[in-house]
Design a binder for this molecule. Sequence first.
Ligand SMILES: *Cc1c(COP(=O)(O)O)cnc(C)c1O
Length: 729
Amino acid sequence: MSQLEIDQLVSSLPKRIARLGELAYNLWWTWHPEAPKLFQRIHPVLWESVYHNPIKLLRQVPRKALAEAYQDSRFLEIYDRVVDEYTRYMNPSVNGNRPWFPQNHGQWDRPVAYFSFEFGLHESLPMYAGGLGVLAADHLKAASDLGLPMVGIGFLYLQGYFRQRITEDGWQEADFELLDFSQLPITRVNSSDGSPMLLPIDLLSRTIWVQVWKAQVGRVALYLMDTDVAQNAPQDRQLTYRLYSPDPDTRIAQEIVLGIGGVRALRALDIDPIVWHMNEGHPAFGTLERAREFIEAEHITFEQAKERVCQKTVFTTHTPVPAGNDAFAIWQIDKQLNGYWEKLNLTRDEFLALAEHNGSYGMTVLALRMSEKSNAVSELHGQVARKMWSWMYPGRETPISYITNGVHTRSWLSSRMRRLYDEYMGVGWINRTDDPATWAPVYEMPDDQLWDVHKHNKRRLAEFMRDRARTKWITHRQHPVQTIASGVLIDPNVLTIGFARRFATYKRAALILRDVERLLKIVNNPGRPVQILFAGKAHPNDEPGKLLIQQLYRLIKNADSAGRLVFIEDYDLNVARYLVRGVDVWLNTPRRPYEASGTSGMKAALNGALNFSVLDGWWREAYNGKNGWAIGDDNDFDDLEMQDRADTESIYSTLENEIVPLYYDVEYDNIPHKWLERVKESIATIVPRFSTRRMLKQYINEAYVPLATAGQSARAGESVAQTVPQDTK
Ligand SMILES: *Cc1c(COP(=O)(O)O)cnc(C)c1O
């Protein structure tokens, strides 16, 4: 495999600090607490202008700045520490500190394959639209940390996801930038003869060629497919230009490439997964490809092949929203997959029967049929999913369990907060994050220290908004009132609420605007004001979503909101990091039960914010009456309008009567002790349970290990039984 890109960068750097080139190509640096500072320190201004892309930084930085860095003893001290940790992380067996997975399950020589349409690893690699991608990335990072052998499979999108710009009148405009792959932390995968690997996907009407790139995520390899090669017809070259194409022809071809192409890519790489995990239904065609392989190699029936495939497959469904469960028109299946069923020894009707529902071909249906283990992403979502798909399982229980989502603690925790945790939870707490006992000492953290850290992060958030506004102002890209709308009048001493998410209808961003007069009264309450920071993108084709942003933006611009309502443009991982670290309250208003899980509130809780949310998804499991606030209760109205009215009343009155008074209840020392009591309760009850460390262990114990050993005991005997989990925590 080619390491050419890495070697080139390493050899261009001064020897003493040359391993920066290696770090730049392993996304491990993104979740290490000190590594980003190392890059930043070399050239802080350039670091911002290359948007935290270390490869661009190292290529563009003047030699003089590099020379200064390696003569700076403080820099070298950090460098040596980071490089040492990196070396130890990448070679755990050398140091005898085996990670959790091999310690408990032995060494697997075959990986779990994890398929996902999107991966949200870092802002410099914009291959994600929202929560699904962030979760997929956090899943890979946790696998790397736990030492679980895993490979990811996805796409390298030429245009990434769009960058959002808001016009003076509040209209969202989408900028599609072309990415320069040579500047991304990826390496091209070559064949054994040294030429770029190029894989054919034969369809009846044509062949689609795929090339493969590799991103390194700690110890986990992520393979990214790309069809923009000269061998392809123009429309096929464009298949991997954009995430979530609304064009159904493009979409089905993308899913064929992800599923079928993904399997072929792994084969070409000589990777033989022990278990296959589908993140959402998009990759489900891959299960058919694996069945085809069995049929071709072993001349078995489709039913037998299907059983073999199922036995090794896990499927996670992420949403009850119909648009999130892809279904294709039958004529499209005919057009794109005609002839494929013959390779499966199936007739067209038998092939369609695998996934046909209400006249279309459902990817979730296919995924459920082809998986031994299926799960939803929260308890409530499990109930909803079982009801939704019960028609597939007449006369028996719907086999969908749930594993609630989590977040990768290290990626989302601020460095000040981490140092506080180091002090009170003890060194090494990060490897015990998921153990509730780890968090008992939270209650002993002194209020003044906790409040100091939080205030620091609030100031950082305010500076971030100011710097962005200033940059735009300088470049004349903004009307003066937009500068105010982007947060320059924010006061770090004021109660600050964050509301950041995709502007999808079910998230009900308009709820809080239903009674503008009452809202402005809360916001402008003399002596006890409130600031609300909004951020989020609407899908470029979602007109109602864009109208909603506009309605909100017009209010924000209005002088009556006094600069205390803010819209932060271009919500992405970078904006998310500042927001979840710097707000006091994280607000979430989804229509039950469409949130499925949600994860951003977990990131905020980790950093000492309090959640104020509808009892949907994860929050329904986390809320205990003392660790935040609920909007509404665990019952639903039949009438949506009544539901909205009741939830709105709950939002306003809880703010007026509980949240605002509690925040401003400061004693002689200007510290809100009662507020901090809640914060500590929130940290202690939320951080361990809603971490990817807990989540991934659950996937390992409930899905990966049982499936890895299924069907083997007859052949391999005891050796398998011995690798069964000891520790199920
Ligand atoms: C965490 C995160 C999400 C997921 O947010 P939810 O609204 O909780 O689903 C989406 N986008 C970004 C950039 C995130 O960091």
